[in-house]
Design a binder for this molecule. Structure first.
Ligand SMILES: NC(=O)c1ccc[n+]([C@@H]2O[C@H](COP(=O)([O-])OP(=O)(O)OC[C@H]3O[C@@H](n4cnc5c(N)ncnc54)[C@H](OP(=O)(O)O)[C@@H]3O)[C@@H](O)[C@H]2O)c1
Length: 295
């Protein structure tokens, strides 16, 4: 049996969609979620997926959740960075106790003990180490920034004709979440990925100006890039999301990392896993940005 954790999440759903296509009736698929009564979980159950309750913050729930599974994708959680490693360690321990043989974990590019990106340093690198010392087979999927993060403030970008981000001329790596679901499903369904770390990126890293040019092409009118200091990002980002600044404070570290070039990475790992090229920024934006005059 194959498993994906966190079935209500968008990445998890992209992975499950692809996995169903890949394995068909060959092997059963199970998922965990904190909320098996959510519409997404109910729909998956109706489609024949074994939906199990599992919360990384409730270790007792996890041993049953992983029962009978040979290989699982552990989707990194959305929680405070000082809590997430503990949650992931609970999941690794429970999987081990339940007899899971191979864990796949969703990390972040250039995760390391000295990373500027807070979640790379506090969450992903320690989780990678935990996996590597677990005695289980492991595969690490180091995701770059989701291309979807460029759409968080799309309404403002379109209303002002200005795309603003920290970074200036320093490029950063992006990739579409749907693509990442495709590669995670391949790694889960196929053999031969044991002991591998894949850093998944588009075929080029992008500067703010390049993203603005792609936005202009997609919108059919000029959108210019304006740099923003990383220190200003949490206030801007919180206002876009309608959240208190304290809830997005760690995003400043990610933007500082971007400014310092920590997210400037291009690899061919996505193509080597999936046998196809990742979606380009132009293709990605073309289907998501409305064309037409200023709104
Ligand atoms: N590379 C990037 O740019 C980027 C951006 C944003 C996030 N991320 C990371 O990638 C992950 C997937 O992204 P997404 O867009 O799919 O996020 P999302 O839609 O917000 O999903 C959040 C995920 O976290 C799971 N989760 C939260 N708390 C959990 C817990 N206590 N135990 C088990 N699972 C828990 C949820 O599962 P259930 O609700 O089903 O339990 C769900 O799968 C995020 O959780 C985050 O770690 C990466």
């Amino acid at each position: 049996m194959l498993m994906v954790t966190g079935a209500n999440g968008r990445f998890a759903q992209a992975t499950i969609r692809e996995l169903r296509q890949l394995v068909g009736a060959d092997e059963p698929i199970a998922v965990t979620t904190r909320d098996p009564r959510s519409p997404a979980a109910v729909r998956l159950a109706a489609e024949g997926i074994d939906v199990r309750e599992g919360d990384f913050d409730d270790p007792d729930s996890l041993v049953d959740a992983f029962a009978g599974v040979r290989k699982a994708v552990i989707v990194s959680t959305m929680a405070a960075n000082d809590q997430r490693f503990r949650l992931h360690a609970n999941a690794v321990d429970a999987a081990q106790r339940s007899g899971v043989r191979h864990l796949v974990y969703t990390s972040f590019i250039n995760a390391g003990p000295e990373a500027i990106t807070e979640h790379s340093r506090l969450v992903h690198f320690p989780t990678e180490q935990k996996l590597k010392s677990s005695g289980l087979d492991w595969t690490i999927l180091r995701h770059s920034l989701y291309a979807e993060t460029l759409l968080d403030d799309l309404d403002r970008t379109l209303a002002s004709g200005v795309f603003t981000r920290p970074g200036g001329r320093v490029p950063a790596a992006y990739i579409a979440r749907e693509d990442l679901g495709r590669s995670a499903a391949r790694v889960l369904a196929e053999d031969g990925h044991e002991g591998r770390t894949y850093s998944e990126t588009m075929t080029s890293a992008l500067t703010g100006e390049e993203i603005a040019a792609a936005l202009s092409e997609a919108a059919g009118r000029p959108i210019r890039y304006e740099p923003m200091p990383s220190a200003a990002w949490p206030t801007y980002f919180a206002s876009v999301l309608g959240l208190p600044v304290a809830m997005v404070g760690s995003a400043e570290h990610t933007m500082r990392a971007l400014e310092a070039g920590e997210l400037d990475l291009v690899t061919a790992d996505y193509a080597s896993v999936t046998g196809r090229q990742p979606t380009t920024i132009e293709e990605f934006l073309r289907t998501r940005v409305p064309r037409g005059p200023m709104r």
